[in-house]
Design a protein around this ligand. Structure first.
Ligand code: NOJ
Ligand code: MG
Length: 566
């Protein structure tokens, strides 16, 4: 059935002795929802520390922590009031140090989140800027402008907030009169910094060093494509639903992916390069096409960028092949590793996304009155998609709970929603709460073991009970044990530094590839796939059936196998 004649090598093996992050599996912890140590219903650093062994058992290399810094929590911590202080809701700086020590003892690296595009409006710089008034050096650190119109009553331009509504807020000056406007590409409580200012640059280099000195393995850079705005702040004429790339209808925005942003990353590269241990800088950049995104990971800039084009690819064999090829080619051209990701704290979890017909356009959240996903289909495809992802060379990012096959909470009551998107869009876009629900560790404990008591900052759906970790542990074929098996094999077979060859002869609906000597087959079609005799299945996302000695891979299933070739 297989034919090697037209097989196509797309990506060669990596050097065996490269930095760890080129092939790492990195697990995203969303601190408020991972584990609650003190029972207030909000996850915290001691909670995370107490559960780090789970990540060792799962078999990941590193953890990325979303922000835990001092913050009024207007955007769940992505509104930072002090970058060197831990928010009391999450613990103390000592708790952060204890977490780093424990992780180090367990052989887990820790990446933290850096939020450089904006601060909180409660950051000392911003309150000083408000108090100091127009024309002051303090205002220069942010994007203050006079308004248009006779009395400055109109915003300086037409830019829209990613969370809905306008991107400018008018302030009341210290003398009580209506005054200047400041830019906030996100919430009104997230004023954008002025990255042309040397003090802003110096401050962030100092923040990098503060955390590097404490032993972090690197940083995930929030909105890495947004720091520099086009000179003169020209009008744009379009809106963004959320962070999105460009297309014909939506040309390049004057606040995303500006060329001057790269100079910042060259200077950060110099900062981290002075430290030992191959520290890593990861870009959250919604930039297309792949060649443009690859500029962020040139040799003297950042090291990785999240592969969002891969994340948004529907369950379609052709589209999957295309995006994998394009991703590998673009990063190979600049010598960087490709990354892979299927879920994070901003998007509908993939176990629910794949429960909709391919190509369905979903917002960032689903409400009880929206069409609901097919949960069983979603989970089956999610497992198949994850197993395909974990076979790819490069680095993979997992989002907490996907190892349990957690779906989105698609019926959260609207009155518990906290994402500013819901409010700012005038109750049009549900926002991201549904992927941020606290994790289920134990089926029979209050809050499913998230904390010591019953509290959970968002209500957990009833299905958490059957998906809890203790229900799946040591159960062969559970989602959790499938992830574990895949991660173990990925490590021992060195797939992360492996190669990628597309295999022909498996039909158009099968994503068929070889990485080193493993054959990976994702059956994206609707009919059974028969494996040649003597095939050894190493791991499977579902139950392969055997009929008359022939192994059958059903639809929506991925296997890693060893083929005995004629
Ligand atoms: C991207 C983060 O992932 C998201 O959660 C946040 O709201 C925005 N950046 C603004 O910081
Ligand atoms: Mg707590």
């Amino acid at each position: 059935m297989t034919s090697t004649t037209a097989d196509l090598l797309v990506h060669p093996q990596d050097a065996p002795d490269g930095p760890w992050w080129r092939s790492a599996v990195i697990y995203q912890v969303y601190p408020r929802s991972f584990a609650d140590g003190d029972g207030d219903g909000i996850g915290d650093l001691p909670g995370i520390t107490s559960r780090l062994e789970h990540l060792v058992e799962l078999g990941v290399d590193a953890v990325w922590l979303s922000p835990f810094y001092l913050s009024p929590q207007a955007d769940a911590g992505y509104d930072v009031a002090d970058y060197r202080t831990v928010d009391p809701v999450f613990g103390t700086l000592d708790d952060a140090d204890a977490l780093l020590h424990r992780a180090n003892d367990l052989g887990l690296r820790v990446i933290v989140d850096l939020v450089p595009n904006h601060t909180s409006d409660e950051h000392a710089w911003f309150t000083a800027a408000l108090a100091a008034g127009p024309g002051s050096p303090q205002r220069e650190l942010y994007m203050f402008r006079d308004g248009l119109g006779e009395h400055g009553e109109l915003p300086p331009n037409d830019w829209k907030s990613v969370f809905g509504g306008g991107a400018w807020q008018r302030v009341t000056e210290p003398d009580g009169t209506p005054g200047q406007w400041y830019l906030h590409l996100f919430d009104v409580k997230q004023p954008d910094l002025n990255w042309h200012h040397p003090r802003v640059r110096a401050e962030f280099e100092s923040i990098l060093r503060f955390w590097l000195d404490r032993g972090v393995a690197g940083f995930r850079i929030d909105v890495a494509h947004g720091l520099v705005k086009a000179d003169g702040l020209p009008p744009y004429g379009h809106e963004h639903e959320m962070l999105q790339g460009t297309d014909e209808q939506r040309p390049q925005a004057p606040y995303w992916d500006q060329d001057d942003v790269h100079e910042i990353y060259r200077s950060w590269n110099r900062v981290v390069s002075a430290y030992d241990g191959d520290r890593v800088l990861v870009a959250e950049a919604w930039v297309e096409p792949a060649e443009r995104l690859a500029r962020y990971v040139r040799e003297d800039e950042l090291h990785q960028s999240f592969n969002f084009p891969y994340l948004v690819t529907p369950w379609s064999a052709g589209e999957l092949r295309e995006v994998v090829t394009a991703s590998l080619q673009a990063t190979d051209a600049v010598g960087a590793p490709t990354t892979w990701v299927l879920s994070n704290h901003d998007l509908v979890r993939h176990a629910s996304r794949f429960g909709y017909p391919a190509g369905t356009r979903l917002g960032n959240g689903i409400g009880a009155d929206d069409p609901q996903p097919d949960a069983a289909l979603g989970l089956q495809r999610a497992r198949a998609a994850s197993l395909l992802m974990l076979a790819l060379p490069g680095s993979a990012y997992l989002y907490q709970g996907e190892e349990l096959g957690l779906p989105e909470h698609t019926t959260l009551p609207d009155d518990v929603r906290q994402d500013p998107t819901w409010l700012r869009s005038g109750h049009v876009h549900r926002g991201r709460d549904g992927c941020r629900v606290p994790l289920p560790w134990q089926a029979d404990a209050p809050s499913y073991g998230f904390g010591p008591g019953p509290l959970s900052w968002l209500p957990q759906p009833a299905v958490w009970r059957e998906l809890a970790l203790d229900v799946q542990r040591e159960v062969p074929g559970s989602t959790y044990e499938t992830y574990r098996a895949a991660l173990r094999l990925r490590r021992s077979l060195e797939l992360g530094t492996g190669s990628l060859t597309w295999l022909t002869g498996w039909g158009k609906d099968v994503v068929a590839l070889a990485n080193r000597n493993v054959t990976v087959l994702a059956n994206v079609g609707t009919t059974d796939l028969e494996l040649p005799a003597d095939t050894v299945v190493l791991v499977s996302s579902g139950e392969p059936r055997e009929v008359d000695g022939v192994v059958i891979v059903p639809a929506d299933t991925t296997v890693w196998a060893r083929l005995v070739r004629a």
